[in-house]
Structures are given as structure tokens and as C-alpha cells.
Ligand binder design. Sequence first.
Ligand SMILES: [Zn+2]
Length: 372
Amino acid sequence: MINRIPLCSFYAFTLLLLTCNTVEKPPATSAHQPPEIRGIYGSPTPLWKKGIQLRDIGVNAIFVHSGSIRPEMMQRARSEGVKVFAEFATLNGKNYVQEHPEAWAIDEKGQRVEAASWFMGVCPTEPGFRQHRFDQLRDLLTTFDLDGVWMDYVHWHAQFEEAEPILFETCFCDHCLHRFSDDQRIEIPPGTTAEKAKWILNEVAPKWRDWRCQIILEWATEMKKIVGEIRPQALLGLYHCPWTDDEFNGARRDILGLDYDLLKETIDVFSPMVYHQRSGRQPDWVEENIAWFCDRLAIQEGTFPKVWPIVQAHDSPTVVSEQDFQKVLLGGLAGCSSGVMMFTTRAVAESEAKLGVVKSVYEQVGKLESYR
Ligand SMILES: [Zn+2]
């Protein structure tokens, strides 16, 4: 029976194993490798406080906010044989813009942008901010022997993590206008900021949108360079908006500035943020989205870039059921995915049902891994 399963679908294979509650050796000729990452997102402390060792539930990697990493955490994670990746908040900076108003993003009316719910995107071209973030990254990498850095909030000011996204046209600050003009060799007619913004959006919008994507790429490229200098073995990952090219009228590229064709040359691992409930979708959407993403980027198994999605366990805005959580966790392993993690560790630690899902899925994956 196992031999009739399409070799390309590890997702289907794992689902079958869980359904049958048996483990059989996959075909020796299978070219498909089992996922290498069985991750959790968030400090592992809630699990440790319950007396759970990470390997007991099949976890082999933790993804932790850079500000929460401590030497003791690193030490214990290493002693349990798990990899440690740091989430690095990149362009989100409410406190930063309050202390450094010169880095406040400017909208098409020439006004400082308002926060997009909890997100405040800092102007990505402001030199002082760039220096600040790159110094933070250097400090992080120098302090901890990390397996990788996962860039978070790498996009122009907007809020995509909600069912009704908040989308802005930014940034028309003097830094951005000068850089756009210089980089693209475009002379912007004199006038107020609002008049310049109107001219750009009416007359040279495609060049403006291309340039904004290049600025985001520049951040990724610079961060990869820093990682390479300090921790050459470490990976550079990206948590990102999972919208397809057409959703929300192309806003992923046109508003957020995320151009997959550019980024795939620099990013080692993509982590689409497929939070089904937060974004008002059905659990099946996770599998569909990951399959789409793999096709869109033509990702080949066993090569870079890799895909390790992050799925939702956290009850927001309503409860994520045990069944739905299992579906999205498996959906995160669809297509070319070679790893998965969930938002958040705490949500799993606080629910015996979700803990059971993680253990059953990750243990099946772990057993398969031993066949490699
Ligand atoms: Zn700006």
C-alpha cells in the first residue's frame, strides 16, 4: 500500500501514517527526504517548566526572539540536541521612531504614518536606522553560536497578519525620495511631499514599486553578508507574508515590497506565515498555499532556498481545535517543505491536546528520519 503513494508527497505519506497509526518503512527508492526541521516558535521555557525535554515530543529546533535568548537557554537546548534559530525583528520599530522621528515613514499625504494595529514600520532607507539594526545583528551573532537568523517584519509599513489587511503607500520621506531619484535616475518635479508622491504614483509607479522591492532585497543582502562574516555556517531565514501574486490586488509585491524572484537568490529558508485563523482562512488553505509557493518558486528538494512554514497553534481570534491544528501542522509539510514550526510554543505547552498533536506528528517524522 505504501508503495502506491506518490513519492512527491511527504505530506500525504505522514497523513496516512497518522491515520493508520502504524509506521511502515517508506520505499527505498523514494527520492523524497523527510523534513529536517521539527520546530517550535517561542521560548521553550513553558515546555521545560512542565518537565518536558524537547526531544521527548520530537522537537529538534527552536526559533526564539533574539531578545529572549539567554546563555542558559542555549546551553540547555544544545544539551538536548536541538538547533537554535533567532527571530530578528527587522523593520518593526515603534519605540525607535518615537526616539528617532527622522526615521518615521511618511505616507502619500506627506504625513507620518500611523501604526498599523501593532505594527510600526520604520523607514527602510534612513541611514541611522540601518546602522542601528545591522549593529544589533552583529552583536547577536557575536554573542550566540546560532544555527541561523530568521528575519521578521521585512516589508514596508503595512499590516498583513489580519483578515482585513491595512495597506499604506509609503515611504515618501526625503531619504526615500532622494534614493529613488538617484537609483532610478528620475527627476521628481519640485513641490510638496504630497505633490511629489502623487506624481510618482501617477507617472512612474512601476519603477517606484520595483525600486521598493530592491530596497527590501538590499536589507536581506546586507544581513546575509553580516551573517556570512560572523557565522558562515548559519542560515538566513525569512518570516513573510504568504499571499499569492494576485491576492489583495498584488499587494504583497506592490505594497509590502516582497518580490520572491529577487529574494530567492539571497534567502536560505522561506517561512511563509500561514496563520489560518488570524487571516480568516480555512485550515486546508495551509496545504494549498505551501504547494502554490513551492511551484511558484520552482523549489527543488534538497537545494536552497528551502521552505519551513510557520503555522498557527495560538488561539486567536478564536480557539484553534486539535483537529485544525493537526491539519495545519501537516499542511505546513506539504509540497517541497522540509520543515515546520508553530506559533507559539506557549500555545502548545498550555494545551494537552495540542501537545499530543505535536508529539504524534513529530514522532512520526522522527521515525521516518531514522530510515534515511
Ligand atoms: Zn523613507
